[in-house]
Write a protein that binds this ligand. Structure first.
Ligand SMILES: [Zn+2]
Length: 183
């Protein structure tokens, strides 16, 4: 006697390899095995699909990350390039301002030189004027000395002043009388 592998009922096997009591039990067992196999296959297939999906998802993620990094880099490169351009433009402005300052400084030096020259000329002119004034004063003193001496002589000789000379005395508001001390 043997126990049926399906329904557990005792039976008399006709072959040594017989596991089930009837074709009905062997059929049910076969059906269950098939269902199990199908389920297993489906599970494996699902797992495989999931694994494939996961792998492809990972790959897509990697690609996306790579693209993102690339776009970041190119963005950074664009920003760097732009800031480089800005720096170049500012450098240009600074260069222009520097050359303008140099020009202005040169002009300032020119002006300083001109100012110094003008000052020197003014001092020279002042010296010239004072020299001329001094000369004029000396001339006037000489002239007055001669006039006094002439008045003394003409008075001594009783010669009246001629008209042009009298006119000079009048114009200069000089006294035609001989000063007492000069007599
Ligand atoms: Zn059975």
């Amino acid at each position: 006697m043997q126990k049926c592998a399906e329904c557990q009922a005792p039976f008399e096997p006709r072959r040594s390899t017989q596991l089930y009591c009837s074709t009905k039990c062997s059929g049910r067992a076969r059906e269950r095995r098939r269902r199990y196999t199908r389920r297993t296959t489906a599970r494996v297939a699902t797992q495989t699909l999931v694994a494939v999906e996961r792998a492809s998802g990972n790959a897509r993620l990697l690609t996306a990350e790579k693209q993102y990094r690339h776009s970041l880099q190119s963005g950074t490169a664009a920003v760097l390039s732009k800031s480089h351009e800005t720096i170049l433009a500012k450098d240009k402005v600074i260069d222009e301002q520097r050359s303008q300052l140099q020009l202005m400084s040169a002009q300032g030096l020119d002006l300083c030189g001109q100012l110094a020259e003008t000052k020197a000329e003014t001092v020279e002119l002042k010296l010239e004027v004072s020299r001329i004034l001094k000369d004029r004063k000396a001339d006037l003193q000489d002239l007055m000395h001669i006039a006094v001496r002439m008045l003394q002589l003409t008075n001594h000789l009783s010669i009246p002043l001629d008209r042009p000379t009298a006119e000079i005395f009048r114009r200069r508001s000089w006294n035609t009388k001989i000063p007492a001390k000069s007599r």
